[in-house]
Every structure is written in C-alpha cells, then in structure tokens.
Design a protein around this ligand. Structure first.
Ligand code: FMN
Length: 315
C-alpha cells in the first residue's frame, strides 16, 4: 500500500513513527525506517549535542530515510536546527508552533518539512509557507493535544489543502490506517503503538502500563493552562487534577509537570511520573518488533479493503 507520500519522503509505506520526547531514540527511529516506515528521533527539550549523538547513532543503524522532530518551544531550538542542518537530516517534523522562520534554510538542503497542526487555519498557513506535508493530529493522541478529533479534523484539512495530509491520533492498526486514507489522508503517524515495540527503549514499566490500559485510562491534564496533555491515569494524574481544581496558578500547574515524563520513561516510575499515551493504548495488547507492527498494519489494511470492496458488490 503506497501513496504519493512515499515518494515525497522516500519511504516504502506511508507510516510515520511520531516524534516522542524521551521515547523516540535513534534505536526506535532506525528500526521503524528499516521496516519501511519513517522513523523519527524526538529532540524534545534536549540540547543540540544530545540530538547530534542520536542522529549519528541512527545513521549507523540504518541507511534508510529518517527524520528529527523539533519541539519549537525548546530552549535549545536554534542549536537543534543547526545540528539538523549540519547533518542534512532528510525530514524534519515540528511540534508546538509555527516553523516558518526555519523553512527557507531547510529547503536549501532538500530537507522535507512536515509540521504538526491542530486546525484547518494552521494547515492552510503552513501550505502557503511551502511545507511538504502536514501532520493533522487529533485530540485522541498521546502527549500535548489540540481540541478536535482526528475523525472530524482530517477530512476538513484534506478538503482545504493540496499538500499531503498525515493523520495522527488514535491510529494503531490496519483499520485505523485505512480509515485515515478514506478521510483523505495520504499516510498516518502513530506514537502510542510504537511505545510497545521491542526496539523502543522506554522502561518496561512504561510499556506494561500501556499494555494494561483500558478505554477510559488516557486522561487529560493541564487543560486549565491552555496546554493540555494526554497521559495514562495514575497517582501523578490524580494529584495533578486535584491541584488543578484547587485553582493554583497556570505557572504552578505547568511546574508540576516538569521532569515527570523523564522519570516515567527512564526510571520506570509510572506512579509519580507522566505516562503519556493516547486513547488507542487500550488496543495495544502485545509488544512486537517495529517490522511486525508495520507489516501487520499494512496486511490488515489490505484485508479490510477487500472486505469493504465486497460490500459494494453485494449491492
Ligand atoms: N509530538 C511532537 O511533535 N513532539 C514530541 O516531543 C512529542 N512527544 C510525545 C511523547 C509521547 C510519550 C507521546 C505518546 C506522544 C508524543 N508526541 C509528540 C505526539 C506523537 O508524535 C504522535 O503524534 C501521537 O502519539 C499520535 O497519536 P497516538 O498516540 O494516538 O498514536
């Protein structure tokens, strides 16, 4: 199953592994790229030298296309962009803002730029600025989220822009993949599904918690600050939501989240840490290799497509 996105990004299948701060390391990105998708290293709030180390590692682990996700609110954004430029990283995805001022320089070295957008207006603005595709992320997703659902937002954006739309948020299998294409997307980005891959280096406790998650376990914290985050329910979210209700200031609330993803991902403290994951976590039941995950999505999509075609013949 291929779309025009495969040609633009130089990949076999239109499946992108979402940039995930602390989670999306060189090991994960290289495994996804080797399996035919697009692996992404997440820069998060890391300094340039750390990101450079990951890029160098990924280049040793794969000769396929991979990308870097640059968090535009990072205090190190300028040096990370310099590193990405220096290493001529083939694809840059961006989170948390407008990458406008970096586009010209990245285009000069042939890097494809793919921002994450939460609305039609931002998608249209990005197209005008000359980006190569947009990732349209619905509120089902893990991590920092927007308001609109994938199901409602993807077709609205697809109607309004010419460049390819990549659907993200709530996709973890072949049915979700196919539904995204039906809504007008040319590919998908999955985050939560890849957390539970063999090659993902997060602490086992984190993977375990995703595997055990039920449909209503992915809750939203920090809505009151205007920067909501979707995470799995635990002691941290319980305390956090209680404090949020007690109307402490947005600055104090933001402060509560600092360093919490790291302690969950690295130390495995999934009680006091922030276990970011999306609503689709409840459908992730097994740890598999990135190749198995991607092959399964593609094969299931092909089977489902046949089933849907048969419905048409029955009329
Ligand atoms: N998106 C970004 O653009 N930058 C990030 O640093 C980032 N960190 C994330 C960390 C975690 C643990 C998770 C689960 C998601 C993160 N995301 C980030 C969003 C993912 O890239 C992706 O769009 C999202 O996970 C897709 O939805 P899904 O979780 O339903 O698959």
């Amino acid at each position: 199953m291929q779309t025009e996105l495969c040609k633009i990004l130089n990949i076999q299948y239109p499946i992108i592994q979402g940039g995930m701060a602390w989670v999306a390391t060189a090991e994960l990105a290289a495994a996804v790229s080797n399996a035919g998708g697009l692996g992404i290293i997440a820069a998060g709030n890391a300094p340039g030298e750390v990101v450079e180390g990951e890029i160098i590692k990924a280049k040793k682990l794969t000769d396929k296309t991979f990308g870097v996700n640059v968090m535009l609110l990072s205090p190190f954004v300028e040096e990370v962009m310099e590193i990405v430029h220096k290493h001529k990283v083939p694809v840059v995805t961006t989170g948390a803002g407008n990458p406008g001022k970096y586009i010209k320089k990245l285009k000069e070295i042939g890097t494809k730029i793919v921002p994450v957008v939460p609305s039609v207006a931002l998608a249209k603005r990005m197209e005008t600025l000359g980006v190569d595709a947009v990732i349209v992320e619905g509120t089902e997703a893990g991590g920092h989220i927007g308001e609109l659902t994938t199901f409602a937002l993807v077709p609205q954006v697809a109607n309004e822009i010419e460049i390819p739309v990549i659907a993200a948020g709530g996709i973890a299998d072949g049915r979700g993949f196919l539904a995204a294409l039906a809504l007008g997307a040319k590919g998908v980005q999955m985050g939560t599904r890849f957390i539970c891959s063999t090659e993902c280096t997060v602490h086992d406790n984190y993977k375990e918690m995703v595997l055990k998650a039920k449909d209503r376990d992915a809750v939203v914290t920090a809505r009151s600050t205007g920067h909501p985050v979707r995470v799995l329910k635990n002691k941290f979210t319980k305390d956090f939501l209680k404090l949020e209700k007690n109307s402490i200031s947005p600055e104090e609330i933001e402060e509560l989240g600092v360093g919490k993803l790291r302690i969950a991902v690295i130390d495995g403290d999934v009680e006091n840490g922030s276990v970011m994951a999306g609503q689709i976590a409840a459908m992730v039941k097994e740890i598999k290799s990135c190749k198995e995950i991607i092959d399964e999505v593609i094969n299931e999509a092909a089977t489902e497509l046949k089933r849907l075609k048969a419905l048409n013949k029955e009329e």
